[in-house]
Structure formats: structure tokens, C-alpha cells
Write a protein that binds this ligand. Structure first.
Ligand code: C5P
Length: 241
């Protein structure tokens, strides 16, 4: 052993077009929602948040297969209707980063090193097929990868510990990151294994000096975090927002 890791898949894989897979981390407890079920299982427009997301990926022809990462103790996923071309992986961990990393490791036999993986939060039910296709179209030829994000519109303040405005942070070229975040399987697994405590995939690449492409997302693709967010998400899904 000379210590150099060789990804054997790169040697045995025939030269084929990269494919697109979805990976949905859904192993969080959603503490800020304060509900009795984890927030990905909260109901909006008659379905669990996670169900909306799984169905959106299943309705996107470009997506080969969708993998959902839940906690090994998850007892809610079995209550959701099955979705075509979707597999549940019971390998979630203590943080989102661990859940994604373990999900990527679990699918390494089915996915080639250069296949793209679109990682999407279960808590963003406003995702549409059009947004997925927009991301794929913009990033498919990119050497690094990319993510949906929104230019920041508000004036930003940094606060003191006492909740007083200390300074205004210039908002030029500031974006709020969304998901999906799309990277090649082997590169993403490697970046996440090297990264310390990141809250999204793009930061793991930034830490390695790479610059993921920013692709304009949509306000409807916001992350449901607080109980009142459920109403807004429902309005987007019913087309009334
Ligand atoms: O908690 P937060 O809203 O940031 O979580 C974002 C996504 O990551 C959610 O879909 C959540 O279920 C998932 N997650 C996970 N494993 C964890 C924590 C969060 O899969 N340990």
C-alpha cells in the first residue's frame, strides 16, 4: 500500500454519458418546527413535504433514480406512498453533512464516479421540474458543479450578541444558497469527507479552492423552517402565492 487511494470505478467504467441522480437528505428532526413529527413529514396541500419532493424528481425525465436518506430509526417513511424510481436508504447521521456523505457511500456501487448527484433538502417542497432542468442545463458542462441560489434583496445587518445592529453587510454579489446542489459523485464524496462542519455541498468545494456555479433559483424553493412557513409553502404548491 503506498497510501494513494485509487477509485477502481474510474478504471472499470466504460466511457459513457454522465447520468443524473437525486439524493434527498431527510434524516433531520426539524427542531425549530417544534412538532410531533419531523418537518419533512409535515403535511402541506394533502401530502408530506418529502412526498412532494420525491414526486417532483420522479416527474423529471432527466433524473435516472432518486435516493432518500432517512434515519435508521425512522418510523414515518413507511407510511408514505411509494414513488417510482425512488429508493429509501436508512443511513442518516447526526448532521446533514453526515447524512449526505453516508448516502453517497451507500450508492457508490450503482452510480459512476462522473455521474452527477443533485442533493436536495426534503424541507424545500417548492422545487419544480423546471428548476431541476434549469440547474442541469446550466451545470452539465461545468468542471466543478453548481447550485440554485437567489441574489440577496434585503439590506443585511450583522448583530451584536444583544440583538443590536453592529454593521450593514454590503449585499453586492451576495446570494442565498438553495438546493439542489449538483456535483459529480466521486468529487462530492471526496470533498465532504475532507470538509469540517459544512451546511451545504458547495461549501465543501469552496474549502478546496473551487468555485461552484450559481444558478438563479426561485423564492418558492425556500426552506421550510418555522411553523408559519408551512402556510406559505402550501400557497406556493396550490399556485396561490
Ligand atoms: O435542519 P435543516 O433544515 O438545515 O435540514 C436540511 C435538510 O437536511 C433536511 O431535509 C433534513 O431532513 C436533512 N438532515 C439530514 N440529517 C440530519 C440533519 C438534517 O438528513 N442529521
Amino acid at each position: 500500500m503506498n497510501g494513494n487511494f485509487v477509485d477502481k470505478r474510474a478504471i472499470i467504467s466504460p466511457m459513457t454519458q454522465p447520468r443524473y441522480f437525486a439524493l434527498i437528505p431527510a434524516a433531520g428532526v426539524g427542531a425549530r418546527m417544534g412538532g410531533v413529527v419531523p418537518k419533512q413529514y409535515g403535511q402541506i396541500a394533502g401530502k408530506a413535504l418529502l412526498q412532494h419532493v420525491m414526486e417532483t424528481f420522479a416527474a423529471t425525465p432527466e433524473i435516472e433514480h432518486c435516493y432518500v436518506v432517512v434515519s435508521p430509526e425512522d418510523s414515518f417513511i413507511a407510511t408514505l406512498p411509494a414513488v417510482p424510481r425512488t429508493t429509501i436508504l436508512f443511513c442518516g447521521g447526526a448532521t446533514r453533512q453526515v447524512s449526505v456523505t453516508q448516502g453517497l457511500a451507500a450508492i457508490a456501487t450503482e452510480v459512476k464516479p462522473d455521474d452527477w448527484v443533485l442533493v436536495h433538502d426534503a424541507a424545500r417542497p417548492g422545487l419544480t421540474v423546471e428548476l431541476i432542468v434549469r440547474l442541469i442545463t446550466a451545470v452539465a458542462a461545468d468542471p466543478v458543479g453548481g447550485l440554485l441560489a437567489l441574489p440577496v434583496a434585503d439590506t443585511l445587518k450583522r448583530s451584536s450578541e444583544q440583538g443590536r445592529a453592529l454593521e450593514t453587510v454590503p449585499r453586492e454579489r451576495l446570494w442565498a444558497a438553495q438546493t439542489p446542489q449538483m456535483f459529480r459523485h466521486a468529487a462530492l464524496l471526496d470533498a465532504l469527507l475532507k470538509a469540517s462542519a459544512v451546511t451545504d455541498e458547495a461549501s465543501a468545494f469552496e474549502a478546496l479552492g473551487m468555485q461552484p456555479r450559481l444558478v438563479e433559483g426561485s423564492p418558492r424553493n425556500f426552506k421550510v423552517t418555522l411553523p408559519e412557513d408551512m402556510l406559505l409553502a402550501e400557497r406556493y404548491l396550490k399556485g396561490s402565492a
